[in-house]
Design a protein around this ligand. Sequence first.
Ligand code: ATP
Ligand code: MG
Length: 356
Amino acid sequence: MKSVTLDHVTKTFGAARGVEEVDIAIRPGEFFTFLGPSGCGKTTTLRMIAGFYYPTKGEIFFDNRKVTHLQPNKRNIGMVFQNYALFPHMTVFENIAFGLEVRKYPRQTIKEKVEKAQKLVHLDGYGNRKINELSGGQQQRVALARALVIEPDILLLDEPLSNLDAKLREETRLEIKRLQLELGVTTIYVTHDQTEAMSMSDRIMVMNEGVVQQVGTPSDIYNKPVNHFVASFIGESNILEGKIVERQGSTVAVKCGDHFILRGDLNHTATHIDAKNGDTVRLSIRPEAIIESDGHDAVEGEVYLVEFTGMSIHYVVKMGNQLVKVLVINKGGQTFKRGDRISLRFPEESIYFIPF
Ligand SMILES: Nc1ncnc2c1ncn2[C@@H]1O[C@H](COP(=O)(O)OP(=O)(O)OP(=O)(O)O)[C@@H](O)[C@H]1O
Ligand SMILES: [Mg+2]
């Protein structure tokens, strides 16, 4: 178990930006995820940790050891590449053994270690199969075994599930998490899939266009997004803008659209928002946080769209000239249809202010 520190790491490719000023400290044994859209710099950052790219600026440390310009084979990392990069003409055994051969282990040790790794990923008995005789999921597990067999200090996984179908992806997600907990290895995981990131990670780094947006636990990232990008990239959200029409202490009433008024607490934000009466603010509230209610603090709207998914019902509700997404768990009771009036409560504690 080693910690991984990136100290103000920047990578440029000629005039093009790869990543800018990445400054993070990943703890020993942590499951840490880089999350962001295509081209945001996830692989570039991972490749610098692996040693396949050197930073243009900044330093990288494993524990206290500076590794910024160390060759990949001197770093004791295990890596699963975005496309697995297996040797198709070689057998499962030969693929997994590759890193050990390079390290010149004795034959018997190699045999024992490879068999142990095959067991770990549930591929015992597959040693003599050729890679091109395996399914996508099995190939993925060979790649994982190959990364783990060298007993790496740090495991780097670049979109390892992207070639699998939905069901296999879910199974393998659990499998990777199980292995990581069992081995306690510091793991850096790259994905553009927020469900994957949320369900597996201790902490997530959200990136966009080469710049780190937020680092935090899945719950921080989801419930306390620091900006518009994070709020809209992670899950569904209602991001609304409105004018403050009343302020008492940090509590404000915000008029969104023509008549719809929400109450929130300005301290409920990741940054500092100092707004006065008449100022425009931006806030976010998750569709599942909005509650159907006919209490005194409810606001009335008109159901505009209904989407039934089985487990839940998604409504788009017109609040004056403002559209709001609402998600209700299906408990088999009454459902609303287009044109119905609906009373909703927007709990103050679920309203989160976002800077412009
Ligand atoms: N070798 C390279 N030469 C020039 N530009 C590069 C190189 N590698 C990456 N880039 C650029 O750096 C940026 C980040 O790329 P990167 O591969 O890190 O993205 P990513 O987040 O891994 O995306 P994806 O989800 O599509 O894999 C992109 O704009 C890309 O075009
Ligand atoms: Mg990539």
